[in-house]
Design a protein around this ligand. Structure first.
Ligand code: ADP
Ligand code: MG
Length: 697
């Protein structure tokens, strides 16, 4: 059945085939339904006139009215501009045109009263408004008070007269025809419980709000609905998996007891113990585990993963650990090898640079079951890598891997899907985690091992370099090691390589007797590893590097992290880098070096780093600054192409929507009740139009 909202957009009056093609291409608007869900991205406040003496340069666009006192053109040729003095009872303001001067001169007459809309800008003590909208004041337009919707459009569309105003007109026309066709899309009890306005009122007011209050209600309702259906989808995925996918059942063995009694080198933190309990519970439940393990840098996720592996290996199954880079895989391998071998377990490393002859042996031992633990990079995912009986796959630093890769791991066990534990060190704001990983269970290590001293972070300018060098020298005399980090070297980015090389040379000059390592992305893996190892062993005292050391590297004796051009790093990255120090018992330091010129956002980032060590607080600030679309790893997800909700700002709405979705799946998982019929129907129509819905899984 072809519903009203499936009608092709070209059939709307005033659109036609040509404009329809443009709307398809430029805005992905194909149907009436697409148009009505093309919401304004902001509103111009036409509800009041501001007195001119109340204006200031920090205001956004405002509406004023006044009489034109004078009109003159100033300057010649390219510098020519039109300057109009507009006055009301309270004061005067200059209106300025650099373009369209002829047009404006025709339209504007001295002594006439005008309605003007634009952004006031301060020039010294004076205010002006450049290129405002201006209309003669009439009886009609002076009482009209409304919030005018502003729609995103493109240059191509504007050239074909499809600017924001034109889209507004189409919306108005469509809404008039649509009134009787708009169905409610949420069940009555939810509407009541969350005091939502109905769907029709929401659509009317999102495009043409009666007032601020109605606008807010419309926004709340539509955001709630959008997030509700995403959460419902995720919860249903989770339910479906619990039903469908059995998992191997593992029990404690004496292997574990032996490890706890004889080999565990430190006391686990309470948070680690709690998380291990949660994971064990999953792995005994008979259902396949899909769990996200979140923990700030240095919180000790690796040992947790290892202890979980022991549960599996102790019962004769195999475990795998996948890391995003070779360096990390090597480091995990070396860390785990010590434990594994002391317990008599076989462990191997598989990366892109593993030799063919070694690979063969690894493949063979994996199949025969002689190999207990395999550590590696995404080389693990290749089809040729087959296990006899993979019980647990651990994925470190999830943000580098996609959802698709996660599910590829599942296929590694033909009989039963292996349990999957995803570890991430990028603290993700709760709102994002709930959406990106809404189908996973989440465990959080929210505690650092005892005795860690909070890292002291300071901001220094380039000009203070001598002082910084003096400090580095002091620290080295105390026996500590130092990182000096430069922004990432991208492919063919010669400039940044030069920065790094210059930095290396100046470090060599400043500390002539000190052995210094250098590591960057352009080096061969062997050379990189060699240099890393020299630093790990303490043979070199300073490591000059790019962000290849960002994730996971563990050198407890390194206590100073100097970050050059710190303004060029994102917050998440700065936090990751800082996490490389503060791993031993000594006081650690992070020194952020910038030049004097800093963007506003750059300054906020640096100030945030200096203020707090809390990864979750930092992640929240990051989300506020950049919006979810830019956060690492979220681009590929598609989950975040939201129509109206903003995960950076709508955390509370999301929590409510999640709670509402949970209460639905708790009471009526199959959506069989009459009350929830609207939900089933909405899911069907969303599937048909593939909005958001299909992108999630
Ligand atoms: P991350 O969570 O960032 O991956 P790691 O697993 O690399 O952290 O652990 C950081 C360091 O802390 C390692 O040297 C590890 O051995 C140590 N560590 C982990 N747990 C504890 C603990 N409970 N007590 C003391 N040190 C610990
Ligand atoms: Mg780690």
């Amino acid at each position: 059945m072809q519903g009203f909202f499936d009608t092709k957009i070209e059939f709307l009056k005033g659109v036609g085939p040509q404009k329809a093609t443009l709307l398809n291409k430029e805005l992905k608007i194909f149907t009436y339904g697409d148009l009505i869900q093309y919401y304004p991205f902001r509103y111009e406040d036409r509800t009041q006139f501001y007195p001119i003496n109340m204006l200031n340069g920090s205001m956004s666009q405002v509406q004023i009215k006044g009489k034109v006192r004078s009109i003159q053109t100033i300057g010649t040729a390219r510098k020519r501009r039109l300057v109009v003095q507009l006055a009301d009872e309270t004061g005067e303001i200059e209106l300025v045109w650099f373009k369209g001067i002829q047009w404006a001169m025709k339209k504007i007459q001295p002594g006439v009263e005008y309605l003007v809309f634009g952004k006031p800008t301060a020039f010294g003590s004076k205010l002006n408004m450049a290129h405002p909208e201006i209309d003669v004041m009439t009886r009609q337009n002076q009482d009209v008070s409304f919030l005018q919707p502003v729609y995103n459009t493109t240059e191509v569309l504007k050239r074909k007269f499809l600017d924001s105003k034109a889209i507004g007109k189409l919306q108005l026309l469509l809404l008039q025809q649509a009134q009787s066709k708009i169905r409610e899309t949420l069940p009555a009890n939810i509407i009541q419980d969350y005091s939502l306005i109905n769907k029709r009122a929401a659509l009317n007011n999102i495009h043409f709000p009666k007032d601020q209050n109605y606008l807010q209600k419309a926004q709340f309702r539509l955001k709630f609905e959008e997030l509700f259906y995403i959460q419902l989808r995720l919860l249903k995925l989770k339910l479906a998996r619990i039903d469908k996918f059995r998992g191997a059942v593992f029990h404690d063995t004496d292997l574990l007891t032996r490890f706890y009694n004889d080999h565990l080198p430190f006391e686990l933190t309470d948070a680690q113990k709690r998380v291990i309990k949660e994971i064990y519970k999953d792995m005994r439940s008979g259902q396949q585990m899909n769990r996200l393990l979140q923990g700030d840098v240095g919180s000790g996720k690796t040992i947790v993963a290892f202890i979980c592996m022991l549960l599996v290996v102790g019962s004769g199954s195999q475990a795998a650990l996948m890391a995003p880079t070779e360096i990390l895989a090597i480091q995990h391998y070396q860390g785990l090898k010590e434990f594994a071998e002391s317990m008599g377990l076989k462990i191997a490393l598989l990366t892109g640079s593993t030799k063919q002859s070694e690979r063969k042996i690894i493949h063979q031992y994996l199949l025969s079951g002689d190999l207990n633990i395999l550590v590696g990079t995404h080389a693990l995912l290749e089809d040729i890598v087959q296990f006899k009986n993979l019980g647990l796959a651990v994925v470190d630093e999830q943000h580098r891997f996609g959802v698709a890769q996660r599910s590829k791991l599942w296929q590694k066990n033909k009989h039963l899907y292996p349990h999957v534990l995803v570890m991430t060190a990028t603290p993700i704001p709760r709102t994002l985690a709930m959406t990106l990983y809404g189908d996973l269970d989440v465990s959080v290590i929210d505690q650092l091992p005892a005795g860690r001293k909070p890292i002291k972070t300071v901001h220094r300018y380039d000009a203070n370099r001598l002082k910084v060098n003096g400090f580095i020298k002091e620290q080295m005399e105390l026996g500590r090691q130092i990182y000096i980090v430069y922004p990432l070297i991208e492919e063919s980015d010669k400039l940044e390589l030069k920065d790094l090389m210059d930095g290396y040379e100046s470090a060599c000059r400043a500390f002539p007797d000190v052995p210094i390592s250098i590591v960057h992305g352009k080096m061969k893996p062997d050379d990189k590893d060699y240099e890393m190892q020299r630093f790990v062993k303490g043979e070199t005292k300073i490591m000059v590097a790019t962000t290849v050391i960002e994730v996971g590297v563990n050198v407890p004796n390194a206590s100073v992290m100097v970050i050059e051009n710190a303004e060029r790093f994102g917050l998440a990255q700065l936090h990751q880098l800082r996490g490389r120090v503060g791993r031993g018992a000594e006081q650690s330091y992070c020194i952020l070096i910038t030049n004097y010129k800093l963007s506003k956002e750059g300054r906020v980032r640096i100030e945030t780093m200096v203020r707090t060590n809390n990864g979750f607080e930092i992640a929240d600030t990051d989300l506020q600054l950049r919006g979810p679309g830019d956060l690492m790893g979220t681009q590929q997800s598609g989950v975040l192409d939201l129509l109206i909700a903003d995960l950076g700002k709508d955390g509370t709405i999301l929590q409510n929507a999640r709670a509402a979705a949970l209460s639905v799946t708790d009471k009526d998982p199959e959506l069989k009740s009459e009350e929830n019929a609207v939900i089933s129907q909405q899911i069907k129509s969303m599937k048909k139009t593939a909005i958001n819905w299909s992108r999630i899984s």
